[in-house]
Design a binder for this molecule. Sequence first.
Ligand code: PMP
Length: 427
Amino acid sequence: MIYKRSSALFAEAKQLIPGGVNSPVRAFKAVGGDPIFVKEAKGAYLYDVDGNRLIDYIASWGPLILGHAHEPVLNAIIEKAKKGTSFGMPTEIETELAKLAVSMVPNIDKIRFVNSGTEACMSAVRLARGYTGKDKIIKFTGCYHGHSDSFLIQAGSGAVTFGSPNSPGVTQGTAKDTLLASYNDLESVTQLIEANKGEIAAVIIEPVAGNMGCIIPTDGFIRGLRELCTQNDILLIFDEVMTGFRLGRGGAQEALGIKADILCFGKVIGGGLPVGAFAASTKIMGYLAPEGPVYQAGTLSGNPLAMSAGLAMLTELNNNPAIFTSLQEKTAHLHIGLSKALDKKGIPYQINRFGSMISVHFTDRPVMDFASSATGNNETFKKYFHGMLDQGIYLPPSAFESYFLNDALSYEDLDETIEAVEKLQLD
Ligand code: PMP
């Protein structure tokens, strides 16, 4: 495929935007080469500025669960936009979306809308600290909770892809309050709790991780985490920015059968517009301004266009939960096909899948945590990524990311993807 115009646009962007991108993972640094500039997208396909059609497996990193430019979402945005784009005043649609979200997600009474997943996680931790009167938090190496200071400690996703899991600019003072445990290792959590008795406000986790590839929690680990938090008066925060409204109506809580104390959302809840949210019981949310003392705010929070996109998306998912089954079946079909194709290559690989999240790791070790994810061979990954791109398949441009399937993908698209893997030369 030819990517001349993308390369020219990238060169121009680099003169004006750091690294040519507004979010690092887009720059293709982990895989080399120039990023693709998108012109437009419809359903399961991206169309780039050079006229190539690409089958899309990132769906804007998750939100476009029903595919690009999905009509009901588009129409909702267009109709809303005609009536004004922002007021900084309350609107009825905020309550409508809140009502729907609260009815879909187990175990929450109230929800506050923000503008990104970063804001959701940052605010959730502040709320947990205000509620418990404690300062420290536990996070897991390789989990990503956005780019606010407390979380850029051994973070996953772009942070690790670019070799800066601990970012300069985060003060020692902030870093000391973030304690690190290993994913799927309950003992590492127990030790931190013992060593910091009475000081830990919250444990924050991606209940199914998507920022070191897709990583599935063992039942004992996630259940044990819940018990440890309850026993030690620690709030359990599920960062469902990727999993919320994707793994099912009730997200990871429902899929895993575990209740968290605070939930963070992003992605699907905004239907492709910038929305995040955090939610909890009435008691915990009562600590939030203006009701309570924990401050949190946003000029564009609850923005009418974003709320209308989110409402259209969640309404469709709520009315038609068969979408989740369909997505799961498509992802399972892809899994089986990828396995068959990769088996023939004679190289070690692992595939992790949960619901409509899936990732391929070129290692012989089961991928259960950041350490095992990092054993993946990046040279093979690069060949895999570029070999697929050359055949019109757009995968996440880093091994530390999950694919996000969208329901516009047809079985023909999936089979085309599997055939493309068959044609790859990976050794
Ligand atoms: N939490 C998780 C689990 C995420 O995957 C991300 C972003 N991919 C975030 C938080 C941050 O969201 P945003 O990029 O919208 O700030």
